[in-house]
Design a protein around this ligand. Structure first.
Ligand code: BGC
Length: 733
């Protein structure tokens, strides 16, 4: 009897499982439903599946099964989750359980420009296009989660990973990150916004404890993450390596539970950075859902090698003993299942595509729109591409691959056009001679002198010198896990550029970097072009800017201080950066980047928002729609933009706001709106920029909330933070 009863229970369970498995896999046509309905339908499904899972199955879903995947439940048709770096292309396949590449032959990809370049476009539409292309490549490569975008704020020019982020301004980063996320996720691939939060340096990243005020946290370091979660609806987020107020960010009560999951109602998955998990207890209670990158323990158990993860056996033991209640485990698993329904279990997701012409075009467009023309004395650039001249191209970066190196964002690019190749393709009538002039490899003094001598000899006789140098993706340059050791250009480039300019005044410097550098040679050269890590289309894009095929329109997403001590984080000394080995204090508080330069009246070498063009623009008729606004109003700024030059071009109109006589400390002004606009030569357009009054609020620590101060504000309208055409006074009543 009893046996029969058990068999019948088992049969019933089996039938239920079968029905549900079919139910899971055949997601009903979700297309016709609204997003809300889809979410509700998914929640119902998840609730029913959870009861079918054993505790062991649920635990297994909460940690890695290999370097870049976590396990599913095959008997129920629950798939594995596959992840890939990010953030500017899909990384090559790695081995199952070590950091070596797997040497596949079908994992070549389009390398898109790094995110500093994307931010420098100031073009949210292009960010969407970027996301769409990237999502398609991720999907084609079978990825469910893309480990990016990165939105840590640019605090110091020494941070080795700034090139993966979107600059120093929280407003710019917030506006640019949202369309990227929408673009990627429309392919049914989740973005994983990283590194949440305060991972603003690589030095000591695994343990440094960041102490920062609530105000700076909310006004400077969190807004881009908040926008990514609330407006972008990113389906996952990655915890950072460092600590915040004593707790590692991958299991941090304040960041993950209080802010992310409670205040921002995040219903997706918190994924640890690889190896960023340090405690079972904190991981269980402080918001981590999926532990990745903790080393496996192959020696002990080959069958369950990741059991030793913090959310592995020890988590299981605590559930079985009753020390931890199962609903805590269920919450993590439900989030993971929800992520699957949004990605791998969405049967409507497209198939994706890779290495297409369209993706190359996107990479080229972003690269050309992001390159920033910093200086152009006597309209030295552009150089006529049909001219019959000799061009000396000097510098190692003219030929060095920049898709290789840099850490986890390294790519196996299907192709990468070097600057030298790009120039040779476009300047067909010119004689182009290349000489590296310096080397990033260790060389004897004699060899270094030889390189310099050779470069100077070609510089002397050339009509034009294009010096293509800067940083690179080597360790201690623009690269993960270490910071730069100084603010100067490495490998004696400062001296080399100075010597070149002495023998040939017709010199332009093209800097390839993701960071600001000092420029002691600035006044000795004619032009300076800030080129980022541009990916597959690098050389084509650089050549197009040099030749004027494309009119530059990029704007700096971060300030270039004249010297390191002019940067706020460094001004306050070692305790501020890099810290005392244990803790660092963000003493500059809210005055990051141009907020510091403006407020303290320290002129930068090049200011945030600066970027020149081969034409000229005139802003006129700059007005606000009213003089007085209530806290619920939206301020409308109108402006006429005229292209007064000889070529078509694009300009970024920037609107900053500052509060006079504030009762709290304020930055002199802060970016609150911008618009990029293309105008034919001789043409003009009227633009409107809207600012909601509540965006002028400061984070008031006395009430732990945003506070809109009443009174007079100045609105600054211009085309760079240091080039303001008009100031308007308005009043919040
Ligand atoms: C990096 C992450 C990356 C992960 C996986 C970590 O070292 O900090 O950004 O996504 O590795 O490669």
């Amino acid at each position: 009897m009893i046996v029969n009863h058990i068999i019948s229970i088992q049969k019933k369970r089996l039938i239920k499982i079968l029905v549900l498995s079919v139910f899971i896999l055949c997601t009903t046509s979700l297309q016709a439903q609204t997003l809300n309905e889809i979410d509700k339908a998914i929640t119902v499904k998840i609730d029913s599946i959870i009861s079918l899972l054993t505790i062991e199955e649920k635990i297994a879903m909460c940690h890695a099964q290999s370097k870049f995947s976590s396990t599913g439940v095959p008997r129920l048709g629950i798939p594995e989750l596959w992840m890939s770096d990010g953030p500017h292309g899909i990384r090559a396949e790695m081995n199952w359980d070590n950091w070596d590449y797997a040497n596949w032959t079908n994992d070549y990809v389009t390398a898109f420009p790094a995110l500093t370049c994307l931010a420098a476009t100031f073009n949210p539409g292009l960010s969407k296009e970027y996301g769409v292309s990237l999502g398609e490549e991720a999907r084609y490569r079978g990825k469910d989660v893309l480990l990016g975008p990165g939105v840590n704020i640019y605090r110091t020019p020494l941070n080795g990973r700034n090139f993966e982020y979107m600059g120093e301004d929280p407003f710019l980063a917030s506006i640019m990150v949202v369309p990227y996320i929408h673009g990627v996720q429309q392919s049914g691939v989740a973005t994983c916004v990283k590194h949440y939060a305060l991972n603003n340096q690589e030095h000591w990243r695994g343990h440094i404890n960041v102490e920062v005020s609530d105000r700076a946290l909310n006004e400077i370091y969190l807004p881009a993450f908040k926008a990514a979660i609330i407006d972008g609806e990113s389906w996952s987020i990655m915890g950072a390596y460092n600590k915040f107020r004593g707790e590692h960010c991958c299991h941090n009560q304040i960041l993950l539970n209080d802010i992310l999951k409670n205040k921002w109602s995040f219903d997706g998955v918190v994924i640890s950075d690889w190896g960023g998990t340090h405690s079972t207890e904190e991981s269980i209670y402080n918001g981590l859902d999926l532990e990745m990158g903790t080393p496996s323990n192959n020696n002990i158990s080959k069958r369950f090698p990741y059991n030793n993860n913090f959310l592995g056996q020890s988590f299981l033991d605590k559930i079985i003993s009753g020390e931890v209640e199962e609903y805590i485990l269920d919450d993590k698993v439900k989030r993971i299942l929800r992520l699957m329904y949004r990605t791998s279990l969405d049967k409507n997701r497209p198939f994706g595509s890779i290495n297409t012409k369209a993706h190359s075009n996107t990479a080229y467009r972003v690269a050309t729109e992001g390159i920033v023309l910093l200086q152009n004395s006597d309209i030295f650039l552009p150089i006529n591409r049909s001219a019959n001249i000799t061009i000396a191209v000097i510098g190692e970066n003219a030929t060095k691959s920049m898709t290789i190196g840099g850490g986890s964002s390294e790519l196996k690019a299907g192709y990468e056009v070097s600057p030298l190749e790009g120039l040779r393709k476009q300047f067909k009538n010119a004689t182009i001679i290349h000489s590296p002039g310096y080397s990033s490899e260790s060389k004897s003094e004699k060899d270094k002198q030889e390189l310099k001598k050779e470069a100077l000899s070609i510089a002397k006789t050339a009509d034009v010198v294009l010096f293509i140098g800067g940083l690179n993706k080597n360790h201690s340059q623009d690269s993960e896990s270490s910071d730069r050791q100084h603010y100067n250009l490495p490998y004696n480039q400062d001296d080399l550029i100075g010597s070149i300019a002495k023998v040939n005044k017709n010199t332009a410097v093209i800097l390839i970097s993701g960071n600001a550098v000092s420029m002691p040679w600035r006044n000795k050269v004619m032009s300076i072009v800030q080129s980022w890590y541009l990916g597959s289309e690098a050389g084509n894009a650089i050549a197009s800017i040099i030749s004027g095929e494309v009119n530059p329109s990029g704007k700096l997403p971060f300030s270039f201080p004249k010297k390191l001590l002019d940067n706020a984080a460094h001004y306050y000394g070692e305790l501020s950066y890099p810290g005392n080995g244990d803790t660092q204090y963000y003493k500059e508080d809210i005055l990051v980047g141009y907020r510091w330069h403006d407020t303290k009246k320290i002129n930068p070498e090049f200011a945030f928002g600066h970027g020149m063009t081969y034409t000229s623009f005139k802003l006129s008729a700059i007005i606000s729609d009213k003089k007085n606004y209530s806290s619920f109003d939206t301020i409308k700024i109108s402006c006429n933009v005229e292209n007064t030059g000889e070529v078509n071009g694009s300009e970024v109109i920037q609107v900053y706001v500052g509060k006079k006589n504030s009762k709290v400390k304020r930055a002199f002004k802060e970016l609150k709106g911008f618009k990029k606009i293309s105008i034919l030569k001789g043409g003009s357009k009227e633009i409107n920029i809207f600012i909601e009054v509540d965006k002028l609020a400061f984070y008031d620590e006395t009430i732990s909330n945003w506070n809109i101060e009443k009174g007079d504000y100045i609105i600054y309208i211009g085309n760079a933070s240091d080039n303001i055409s008009k100031e308007l006074k308005i009043t919040i009543i």
